[in-house]
Ligand binder design. Sequence first.
Ligand SMILES: CC(C)(COP(=O)(O)OP(=O)(O)OC[C@H]1O[C@@H](n2cnc3c(N)ncnc32)[C@H](O)[C@@H]1OP(=O)(O)O)[C@@H](O)C(=O)NCCC(=O)NCCS
Length: 241
Amino acid sequence: MRWKTSLTKIENEQEIIRGHNLQQLVQTKTFVEVIWLLLKGQLPNAAETRLANALFAAAIDHGVGAPSATVARMVASTGNSLHTAVAAGVQTLGERHGGAIEGAAEFFQENVNVTDVTGLVKSLKDKKNRIPGYGHKVLTHDHRADTLFTIAKETGGYGKHCTFAAAVGEALNKISSKPLPLNIDGAMGAIISDLGFDWCLAQGFFIIGRVPGLVAQVYEELTSGAGVRRLSEEEIEYIGQ
Ligand SMILES: CC(C)(COP(=O)(O)OP(=O)(O)OC[C@H]1O[C@@H](n2cnc3c(N)ncnc32)[C@H](O)[C@@H]1OP(=O)(O)O)[C@@H](O)C(=O)NCCC(=O)NCCS
C-alpha cells in the first residue's frame, strides 16, 4: 500500500512535520502554531497566532446544556470510557450546533463579491433558507463573535469576508421575526475565510477548539458519582397514538 502525504514523515527516528523537525517545534513553538503549520503548511506570524488562539479559545466550552456536552455526559453516565463519550459529543456537531461554521465559511467564500447584500438575504429568506452562522437558541447577542471580530481587527485578520458577514447580519436582522445575531460559528467562518482557509476545513477549527471542553465535561461526569442520567417521567409528555 502506497500513500502520498505532505504532512508528516518519520525519518532516522525523527518526526518531520511539514518540513519542520518536531523536536524543534516542541521546544520553540506553541500548540496553536503547530496546529496552524499542520493545517496550512507554513508557520503563522505573531498576529495570526494570536487570532488562531482566540478562535480555539472562544469555542472551548458552552456549558452542560450545549448538545455536544449533554450527549457526551449522558454517554459517560451510562458507563462508557472517556474516549467514547468525547467522540459521542463530537458526533453531535451538526449544522445547527458547531457545524454551522462550515456552511457559514462556504456561504461567505461563495458570495463575498456579491454587491447587493440586501437582495441576496431577502431572496434566501423568501426561499426559507437559513443562513448558517446567524441565530442562537438562547442568545440574542453572541459576545464571543464580537470579541473575535475585535481581535481580528487588532491583528489585521478582519478582511472582506468579515465585512461581508457583518453586512449580511445587518440585512438579515432588518427582516427577521427575532434577533438573529452573528454567532460564534459565523464569526469563526468569516475569520478563517479571511485567513485563507478552505471552507472544507472549517469544522475542524470548531472541533479542535471544543474537544478540551468535552474532555473536561466528561471527566467531571465520570468523577461526579451522579450515576445514569435519564429523563424523568415528568419531563416526558406522552401524546399517545
Ligand atoms: C441556531 C438556530 C437553530 C436557532 O433557532 P431558533 O432560535 O429556534 O429560531 P427559530 O427556528 O424559531 O426561527 C425563528 C425565525 O428566524 C428564522 N431564522 C432562524 N435562523 C435563521 C438564519 N440563520 N437565517 C435566516 N433565518 C433564520 C426562521 O426561519 C424563523 O423565521 P420565521 O419566523 O419567519 O418563520 C437557528 O437560528 C439556525 O438554524 N441558525 C443557523 C445555523 C447556525 O448558525 N447554528 C449555529 C448556532 S451556534
